[in-house]
Design a binder for this molecule. Structure first.
Ligand SMILES: C[S@@+](CC[C@H](N)C(=O)[O-])C[C@H]1O[C@@H](n2cnc3c(N)ncnc32)[C@H](O)[C@@H]1O
Length: 206
C-alpha cells in the first residue's frame, strides 16, 4: 500500500501519539451493546490508529478488528493488546477503496472518516450499513467545517471535513440513539486551534 500517510511518522516513536485513554464514544457504545457470557459482539474500528479504542473494546469483551492505513499504528495496536492480555485482529487497508464483506455488530470510527472524499461517501456508508448486523450500531465521530473556525494549521490535503449535519443524513433510515456537535481546543502541531466534530450513534432497526 503506497499511499503516503503522515501518521507513520507520528506513530514512529515509542510513545502513544493519541495516548491510551479511549474516546468518550467507547463508553456510550458499551452502554448500548453489552457483551455477555453468550454474546461477544464483533466490532470493527475504522482507522484504529495505535489502538486506544480497539484495545478498550477488547478489554470489555468485544471481538475487535482494527483497520488502518498505517502499518506502524497496527503493530502498536497489536502490541498494546498483547500487553494487556487481549487480542485485536488487524487489517491493513485504505478506507477509500476498501469494501467490507463481513458483518459486524458495531462499526466504530473516530477522527478518520474525513479521509473519504465526499463523492464516495454515500456508497461507503451504504456498505457500512449493509455490513451491520440487525440491531447493530454504527458509532462515528467526524470533523466538520464551521465558518467561524479556521482550518487547522496541520490540515492535510486529502482530508475533507464534513458539513455539519451531513453524517446524520446517511442514517435517515436508522434509529438515531445519540447525536451531538462539539467544539474543542487542540494543540497538534504546537499551534493552538479549534476543531468541531459531529458524533452519531445509529441503530439498524429491521
Ligand atoms: C486522527 S487519527 C485517529 C486514530 C484513532 N481513531 C484514534 O481516535 O485514536 C486518524 C487515523 O486514520 C488513519 N488513516 C488515514 N488515512 C486513512 C485511510 N485512507 N485508510 C485507513 N486509515 C487511514 C491514520 O493512519 C490514523 O491512524
Amino acid at each position: 500500500m503506497k499511499k503516503n500517510n503522515p501518521y507513520d511518522q507520528r506513530y514512529a516513536s515509542k510513545r502513544y501519539y493519541w495516548g491510551k485513554k479511549p474516546s468518550v464514544m467507547c463508553d456510550r457504545v458499551i452502554e448500548i451493546i453489552r457483551p455477555s457470557s453468550d454474546f461477544r459482539p464483533k466490532l470493527l474500528d475504522l482507522g484504529c490508529g495505535e489502538g486506544r479504542n480497539a484495545v478498550y473494546f477488547a478489554k470489555h469483551d468485544f471481538k475487535v478488528v482494527g483497520l488502518d492505513l498505517s502499518l506502524i499504528g497496527l503493530e502498536k495496536t497489536r502490541r498494546y493488546a498483547e500487553e494487556v492480555g487481549v487480542h485485536v485482529e488487524t487489517i491493513h487497508a485504505d478506507i477509500v477503496n476498501y469494501q467490507l464483506s463481513d458483518s459486524y455488530d458495531v462499526i466504530f470510527s473516530t477522527g478518520t472518516l474525513h479521509y473519504l472524499p465526499p463523492k464516495v461517501r454515500s456508497q461507503h456508508f451504504q456498505n457500512y450499513k449493509d455490513c451491520t448486523s440487525p440491531n447493530g450500531i454504527n458509532a462515528f465521530s467526524v470533523f466538520v467545517t464551521k465558518p467561524f473556525i479556521r482550518r487547522a494549521p496541520d490540515a492535510e490535503e486529502n482530508a475533507y471535513p464534513y458539513k455539519s449535519g451531513e453524517l446524520m443524513s446517511y442514517y435517515w433510515d436508522w434509529e438515531i440513539l445519540y447525536s451531538a456537535e462539539e467544539i474543542f481546543d487542540c494543540m497538534s502541531s504546537g499551534v493552538p486551534h479549534k476543531h468541531a466534530v459531529n458524533r452519531i450513534i445509529a441503530r439498524k432497526v429491521l
